[in-house]
Design a protein around this ligand. Structure first.
Ligand code: DI6
Ligand code: FE
Length: 404
């Protein structure tokens, strides 16, 4: 055993059922061996056998330690940007009108198709690095701006390769059913057939960890979404869904029937949908950046989610159209100010519950047996992470036991 010890810190473990808020331990110690946490608790209770195996002691200088942050819903790999669409929206055109007129997602599809794998990688790396600078250690990246076999493959390959030399783990999600590509105009079901053809091929290349769809009046119907879910299920892939973002389509109930890892957005979620999610254990992924940027007024039903004990995660939704955002810390603040989450719920939403939303049971909390992904912060209390917006108090990230 070669134990690295972290001392002179307080630790927000985020452990479920811990007696203190945030699972906070004062005057704490954290022991790491081979990339795994082997012990956490008050320094005074550190077992002598662990102290005896210590090969290195890190003085955290009084920092707060939290689990590494997890961004569980991003569309980080895309070409171009949509600043002009932003200008149009400021003049009064709505997001849905722009989409119906062939702009919106479709314009990012053109730019993504036009970009080479290298160009896409370089543009996306900057966004990834912005997230990492705030303590993200795991994230999800969706495809969905390629919308053809070759371009969805390119997107997913970029997503996979981004993780290659960065201290982060990336999960990839196939979002072929994100929008209708121009060559399929007026032929929605034929495009869903095409999505069903792409999925097994991309999966066979090891590019797909999960499957998502955009179930909405400007995107795909419940019936079309179900065909995609059936195909995912046949391959043993977990599903998740962009559900009830702009209207109540009943997508969450469908997703719950397929045991979805998460349902995301959910501003228009019905009580039936929440009940179904609770039964299925699907996480509600709330995306305050998209709510803010589209100036939505319909709030996600947070009180209802709480009353049905649906776990809530928070994510950037990093994408060019509805949330061109690369700050997960800002999302903590917005989840509190806009959605009225408590700072503790918000922090659990980017750690413990975000891990569940990605199907990870080995991270998201600081506990023995979990991966040693954690962040040192220059704050006295965890609520400060949600309270100060535009600040980045990160001191250090530790990824798989090693200082980044
Ligand atoms: N919902 C969203 O908010 C993103 N995708 C989706 O299905 C936005 C995509 C975009 O506008 O580019
Ligand atoms: Fe999204």
């Amino acid at each position: 055993m070669t134990v690295q010890l972290w001392t002179h810190c307080r630790i927000a473990t985020l452990q479920a059922g811990h007696s203190a808020p945030y699972g906070l331990i004062e005057n704490a110690a954290l022991a790491v061996d081979s990339g795994q946490i082997v012990w956490v608790g008050p320094r005074s209770e550190l077992p002598a056998e662990l102290a005896a195996c210590k090969t290195r002691e890190h003085d955290a200088g009084g920092a707060l330690i939290t689990p590494g942050l997890i961004d569980c819903h991003t569309h980080l790999v895309y070409g171009g940007d949509r600043a002009q669409e932003f200008e149009l929206r400021l003049q009064g055109t709505s997001y849905e009108d722009i989409a119906r007129a062939g702009g919106g997602i479709a314009s990012t599809v053109l730019a993504t198709r036009a970009a080479s794998e290298e160009e896409l990688g370089a543009q996306s790396l900057k966004r990834l690095q912005a997230l990492l600078s705030e303590g993200v250690t795991s994230l999800e990246i969706k495809s969905g701006y390629g919308l053809s076999l070759a371009h969805e493959r390119k997107t997913l390959r970029v997503a996979r390769s981004l993780a290659g030399n960065q201290p982060v783990e990336v999960c990839t999600t196939f979002l072929g059913a994100h929008a209708l590509p121009p060559e399929f105009a007026g032929r929605q079901d034929a495009y869903v057939d095409e999505v069903l053809r792409m999925l097994p091929l991309l999966h066979a290349e090891g590019l797909v960890d999960a499957v998502d769809a955009f179930c909405e009046r400007i995107a795909f119907s419940v019936a079309q979404t179900e065909r995609v879910f059936q195909a995912a299920q046949a391959l043993g892939l977990p599903v998740k869904l962009h559900a009830e973002q702009l209207s109540d389509s009943g997508g969450a109930e469908l997703a719950a029937r397929y045991g979805a890892l998460s349902c995301d957005h959910l501003e228009w979620l019905s009580e039936q949908g929440a009940v179904a999610m609770a039964k299925a254990g699907s996480v509600a992924v709330l995306l305050p950046g998209a709510f803010y940027f589209l100036r939505e007024t319909k709030l996600p039903p947070v009180a209802m989610l709480r009353s049905h004990q649906v776990a809530m995660a928070i994510s950037t939704d990093c994408n060019p159209g509805s949330s061109p955002c690369t700050s997960l810390l800002l999302m903590l603040n917005m989840a509190c100010t806009l959605f009225r989450l408590t700072p503790e719920e918000a922090l659990a939403g980017v750690t413990r519950h975000a891990a569940t939303a990605l199907g990870f049971s080995d991270r998201g909390v600081i506990a023995a047996g979990k991966r040693a992904d954690f962040v040192l912060w220059d704050v006295a209390h965890p609520a400060q992470l949600a309270y100060a917006f535009g600040a980045n108090p990160r001191l250090k990230t530790v990824f798989k036991g090693e200082v980044v």
